[in-house]
Design a protein around this ligand. Structure first.
Ligand code: PHB
Length: 365
């Protein structure tokens, strides 16, 4: 008998055609420990190909330029060597029957001068997130960043466009803009991190402008239906973010405006923390945004097989992204199919180098 779990049904809309609705979520794994920060043959290609039974894989966040980095050993997508490294990854995943998007990342102020030859990280405004950055010498306190000039903004838009073009050269099936989790775009969206008085700050439209300019630039080099974007509207108290009265209206504006685009999907996170007592927060993101967005909606954060099947059944999402379960269960789809138990992940090897805790999790018998 066919397995009737909603998670295992194929999905097809607007040119995005997936063999099931299980997505491997983007996750920092810090294995690009080489001077080029390039994906490594025998490591990244194997890791992603092992997980190719997912309907879609989204890579770890990959910096679009040297300016964009904020964590040690994360891969980039701006240099020749990086593109060559990613080619091995996309070929291996495709040979294993999978599909893979790359996540395009700029951390903005969630960085440290140690990554930038002593220069300040870039951000919409000179406001310290009072967070930590994972530098080559371990965790360090973040600093007050440099307010981006118009030149900096233009350069960053062109860095995203260049990275997206590289992603196509590397053979990716699409790109995901990392406009989430307190990183650069989120810093522009939020009024506590964006105090600009020019066309990129003040009103909701202005705070969203930089994101749409980047999207429009990427559209010139990647078909619209191969572009996704990620948002975490109710992020509060972590990643340097605080919600205010305009936070949810800002995401409402952005996400309804995205109905005018023909995107592959939007990728939404349910709150990372309990926000039931947080003023201005929305506790159920899928419920809030499903009626607002007409395209493909991917949902994420602490889903398991049961919750994933339930949210698809209820029609509140089209695709479900799984993070940590994918670290220790490369064959997550097969385990769902056969109702096999989940393997535990080892947090001690999330961000270490090499194969241990990376490519050595076995498939279930
Ligand atoms: C992390 O490395 O901890 C991390 C990176 C990107 C995210 C969230 C967390 O979006």
């Amino acid at each position: 008998m066919e397995n009737e779990q909603p998670l295992l049904q194929p999905y097809s809309k607007n040119g995005l055609s997936l063999k099931n609705r299980v997505v491997m979520a983007p996750m920092t794994r810090s294995r690009a420990d080489n001077p080029e920060n390039a994906p490594q043959e025998g490591l990244h290609d194997i890791y992603y190909a092992q997980r190719a039974s997912a309907g879609l894989i989204i890579t770890e966040g990959s910096q679009v330029s040297k300016d964009a980095v904020g964590y040690v050993n994360t891969p980039g997508i701006y240099s020749e060597a990086q593109v060559e490294g990613w080619k091995k990854v996309t070929q291996s995943v495709h040979n294993s029957g999978g599909k893979i998007f790359i996540q395009l990342w700029h951390v903005g102020r969630m960085s440290h001068p140690d990554f930038h030859d002593g220069n300040l990280p870039l951000a919409p405004s000179a406001i310290n997130p009072n967070s930590k950055s994972y530098t080559p010498e371990g965790f360090k306190e973040t600093v007050t960043p440099k307010e981006m000039t118009i030149e900096d903004i233009k350069k960053t838009i062109s860095d995203f466009k260049n990275a997206a073009e590289n992603a196509m050269k590397a053979g990716f099936d699409g790109v995901e803009i990392h406009s989430s989790n307190g990183y650069l775009f989120h810093q522009f969206f939020n009024g506590t991190s964006n105090k600009r008085s020019d066309g990129y700050g003040g009103s909701i439209e202005n705070r969203a402008r930089f994101f749409f300019e980047v999207l429009d630039a990427i559209k010139q080099v990647v078909p619209e239906n191969k572009i996704g974007a990620r948002f975490n509207p109710s992020l509060h108290g972590t990643f340097g973010m605080k919600m205010d009265a305009e936070t949810i209206p800002t995401f409402d504006y952005i996400i309804s405006k995205l109905n005018n685009y023909n995107l592959a999907y939007i990728h939404l996170s349910e709150p990372f923390t309990d926000v039931s007592n947080v003023e201005f927060a929305v506790s159920n993101i899928a419920e809030h945004y499903r009626p607002i967005y007409n395209g493909t909606l991917m949902i994420n954060t602490n889903f398991d097989q049961k919750k994933g099947n339930a949210i698809l059944e209820n029609g509140l999402a089209d695709l479900v992204a799984f993070g940590k379960p994918y670290i220790s269960n490369p064959d997550l789809v097969e385990r769902f199919d056969k109702n096999k138990p989940m393997a535990e992940w080892d947090e001690d090897t999330f961000y270490t180098t090499g194969k241990k805790g990376y490519t050595d999790y076995p498939k279930v018998e």
